[in-house]
Design a protein around this ligand. Sequence first.
Ligand SMILES: Cc1ncc(COP(=O)(O)O)c(C=O)c1O
Length: 411
Amino acid sequence: MSNNIKNQFKQFVAPTYGRFPLTLDRGKGSYVWDSNDKKYLDLGGGIAVNCLGHSHPEISQALSEQSSRLIHCSNLYHFEGQSQLAENLSKRIGSGRVFFCNSGAESSEVMIKLARRSKQVEGRFEIITAENSFHGRTMAGISATGQAKVKDGFAPLLQGFSHVPFNNLDAIRSAITPATVAVMIEGVQGESGIHPATAGYLLGLRELCDHHDLLLLWDGVQCGHFRTGSFQSFQTILSDQIGEFLPDAVGMAKSLGGGFPIGAVWISEKHSEVLSAGTHGSTFGGNPLACAVGNKILEIIDRDKLEENASELGKFFLRELKKIQSKYPNIINTIRGIGLMIGIEMNKEIKSFDKKVPTSIQWVSALHEVGLLTIPAGDSIVRFLPPLNLTQNEAQDGLDLFEKTIKKLTS
Ligand SMILES: Cc1ncc(COP(=O)(O)O)c(C=O)c1O
């Protein structure tokens, strides 16, 4: 890593992130190169963002064409790309309308504001979320998030959130009060290491929400956009029972723009007038460049059947990872996965590892050495969140590099 860039970061960039000592220079498809021209297979996908890999030529072209036509025009006006993308997203979820923002945390904000405003006259405002959830880093986002570490030092938080164990209907039932207005969950908890909701939980949750007149808010920021093999993960989890379940709002970001910043919230028709003119807004939300990219990505995913690829490759990864686990049962504790959202819980007892640094970080660093990018989660989990257009050969290369690293660290 160049000392110059390292020093510039140290002196001028706010130290909010723990960064690996890698300087990435360029990418193509599923690969990236660092400033020393070392090549890496990217199974991290920019934390579930680069859904079509790096520098997809059709995305570059869509951006370039849109930028020579209209880069920004403000939400004071209509323009074609935004309404097209709204229709394109809605038709994949259900009858409803879309609010555009710029990030996942902003999509959480929208859902929280939507829920509060919908029942304000009744004096209801409390939202139940899950323990170990993650909903973004804004004040509302950290208040909603069920992890103490993200809240530390930011009191007083936004009031009215309670956190209960995930996949546990009784816990939700006992947390409901006369002031409850909504339940907010991720379909697959991502940041805490890939924990999918069960079908029974989702169906029970819908029933509970209907019974108590609560909004069911769905954070699909990480698990959405075909990552699990369907547009939204509830469609994967429920498959043939999908007719019985629909959230009241779905938050999206990350893969929605494949690397171009965009967020969105689909709001069911029933609640679609709650955020009326003047109640919420965003200067850049649904900007022409972001929408051009969003529409192009959906076109490519449909055309190239990447939904199926995510589902098939997800099964391939699980099968092959289990084979590696059977060879190294003391190194891999558990493997969890749904489509291209895979979490591998690694053993913490590696002789050469520093006890003071989380095991997940040390595994991910060791994988960098052999040319593989992955994403750490929690203390000991390595995540694969690769592009949806990854090939089986690339997946196999990644598995070989993963096994090679295990072999190296355990021999
Ligand atoms: C489930 C979920 N919600 C919200 C967010 C926040 O998204 P952003 O970083 O775009 O604000 C994330 C980010 O990791 C996430 O995984």
